[in-house]
Design a protein around this ligand. Structure first.
Ligand code: DX5
Ligand code: ZN
Length: 222
């Protein structure tokens, strides 16, 4: 089952509750929440209080993407705030397995995120321990960037590794995803799709979600 995870970074924050209601109406499974600390990435976005508020208004799965240094200091806090999936960056830590264990101890799902310039082979041997691999298809820190086509090959490598090792790890893609490139992305092996501008920048959010869902149906055999 392919899942859409709209990134609220592109939402209208003055109407966030209403926009989340649209996602619910369209039966979207996940909400992608981009946390930026101004240190691991240049920008500062949102944090724990925003997640707590969203948690109160929805039961959708909160897919939290931590673009922060020292994630180990915050895992429990994000879990308590209501995150369901906690994604940390491979580049932000020295010992991925320690962070994975820390997330596991909270009872939440764990994802590991990889930047475009980091070879995906570095995750081989770690993928076994996570629920999800989040492949960045733009440099993290900003919405609305162009999709890096080189990501397709990276997705294929991770997909092959997962299949070869009989795992059922999710592969999530994040950055520059739209209706024009989604087929290539799904073909490569992605099953969780983050989209910010393509959803919240649309004139009619519901209509765009429906278009994504139609395309997803073509790939649901995967
Ligand atoms: C970038 C974020 C993305 C971003 C995607 O650092 O991780 O989730 O919001 O936005 P779009 O879909 O507009 O590229
Ligand atoms: Zn993200």
């Amino acid at each position: 089952m392919i899942k859409l995870s709209p990134s609220i970074l592109a939402a209208d924050f003055t109407r966030l509750g209403e926009e989340i209601k649209i996602l619910e109406k369209e039966k979207i499974p996940y909400i992608h929440i981009d946390v930026m600390d101004g240190h691991f990435v240049h920008n500062i976005s949102m944090g724990i209080p925003v997640i707590e508020s969203i948690r109160k208004t929805t039961s959708l799965v909160l897919d939290v993407h931590l673009m922060i240094s020292n994630p180990e200091e915050y895992i429990e806090k994000f879990a308590k705030a209501g995150a369901d999936i906690i994604n940390f960056h491979f580049e932000a830590v020295d010992n991925s397995k320690r962070i994975i264990n820390q997330v596991r101890a909270t009872g939440k799902k764990c994802g590991i995120t990889i930047n475009p310039e980091t070879p995906v082979e570095k995750l081989f041997g770690i993928i076994e321990y996570v629920d999800m691999v989040l492949i960045m298809s733009v440099y993290p820190g900003l919405g609305g960037q162009e999709f890096m086509v080189s990501s397709l090959d990276r997705i294929r490598k991770v997909y092959d590794y997962i299949k070869k090792n009989n795992l059922n790890t999710d592969i999530e893609i994040d950055g520059g995803v739209g209706l024009e490139n989604i087929r290539d992305i799904l073909e490569a092996g992605v099953n969780v799709v983050v989209a910010g501008s393509a959803i919240f920048g649309a004139k009619d959010i519901s209509a765009d979600i429906k278009k994504f869902n139609e395309i997803f149906k073509e790939f649901d055999y995967k």
